[in-house]
Design a protein around this ligand. Structure first.
Ligand SMILES: [Cu+2]
Length: 343
């Protein structure tokens, strides 16, 4: 997915290009291939690896981490909730696409030489860049693709509170217009569509990371604490590794014993191409990053991850939290972040 050519030239036919924006990362605009795992540093990998990891990221956002409406759309915000700054578990998480590939593109396009990563890298300024509108059209398209994958659980919310939630925007005449969720669910009602054959298999559909074989795994070198030994709040200024007890799994002893022989790769940072990689969660700052408090939670689908790492049936899962870009003051509030879902 490169940035379309039409957004790049400053001048077209002797006139300023209305799709051009000066506040973009100049290096990335030159490269053009988006890194959906961007963490503030450019990777020294081939374009081919970049594309493979990107396809796995899209697969993860739409399938592995988007198994149901809450995982895909995120927590239910109701009237009075702040979209940022609460960190309250009852508010829930950001959705898989929002916290994953969507936010990464904002940060990858934004200009790191600007004080707040303007334009795309900050909530207040993202809409100044015309790229914002194709980026968000693609997010809408991912919603449509998600619905039409034909996977059980891929149903959009039907809660009347959600359907009747509304937002106020300015139209082209600078008049305020109220828009309801219920009017946006079916994009044909908005008089546009995405032309593609949904029955076809998209390349990312086949990009589930390859299952580990016993040979490709190594044992941990140091003991890892269980989550109950950790004192919260925890400042995540370095890699945090904890063991989380899993609910009892109904498996034969023979299968359990076999599963326990196999351990995930603990000594290296995984990439989206690896089956151990559960996903990433990121947020965009809303204005001046220095004075901003933001909170959220993250949900990751583990069914396929456990299968692909041969760890389904283990008593404990080892969870590794890796702080990435601009995480100088990142705190994990409590162990619910590391809790196993109730089955
Ligand atoms: Cu956005």
């Amino acid at each position: 997915m490169p940035i379309p050519e039409m957004f790049l030239p400053e001048v077209v036919n002797g006139k300023p290009n209305s799709l051009y924006d000066i506040y973009r990362d100049a290096n990335h605009i030159k490269q053009r291939i988006v890194d959906l795992d961007y963490d503030g540093k450019d990777k020294d990998i081939t374009n081919q690896t970049q594309v493979l990891c990107k396809l796995s990221t899209v697969y993860r956002d739409l399938v592995q981490n988007g198994a149901d409406a809450i995982s895909f759309f995120g927590g239910e915000y109701v009237d009075g909730d702040s979209p940022v700054g609460n960190g309250d578990p009852s508010v829930g998480s950001d959705g898989s696409v929002e916290a994953g590939s969507h936010t990464v593109v904002h940060r990858w396009v934004g200009d790191p030489t600007q004080p707040n990563n303007e334009d795309m890298g900050n909530f207040y300024s993202a809409g100044y860049d015309p790229v914002f509108y194709i980026h968000h059209s693609n997010v809408d398209r991912m919603w449509k693709l998600w619905k039409e994958l034909g996977i059980k659980g891929h149903n959009e919310p039907t809660d009347p509170d959600w359907l009747n939630a509304s937002y106020v925007f300015y139209d082209e005449n600078e008049e305020l217009v109220r828009v309801y969720n219920k009017d946006c669910v079916n994009i044909r009602k908005l008089n546009y569509d995405f032309i593609e054959n949904y029955k076809e298999v998209f390349p990312w559909r086949k990009s589930r990371p390859a299952r580990r074989t016993k040979k490709s795994q190594v044992e941990p070198t140091a003991p890892v604490e269980t989550v109950d030994k950790i004192k919260f709040l925890v400042r995540l200024n370095k890699i945090l590794k904890v063991k989380v007890k899993r609910p009892a799994v109904n498996q034969s002893e023979a299968k359990k014993a076999k599963a326990n022989e196999v351990l995930v790769k603990p000594n290296e940072i995984t990439t989206p191409c690896d089956p151990e990689y559960a996903g990433a969660s990121a947020q965009l700052p809303h204005n001046d990053m220095k004075n901003m408090f933001m909170g959220s939670s993250a949900l990751f689908g583990l069914t396929e991850l456990l299968e692909d790492t041969n760890t389904d049936g283990d008593e404990y899962a080892t969870v590794t939290l890796v702080p990435r870009t601009r995480c100088d003051d990142l705190t994990i509030r409590s162990s619910w972040f590391l809790s196993w879902p109730k089955l």
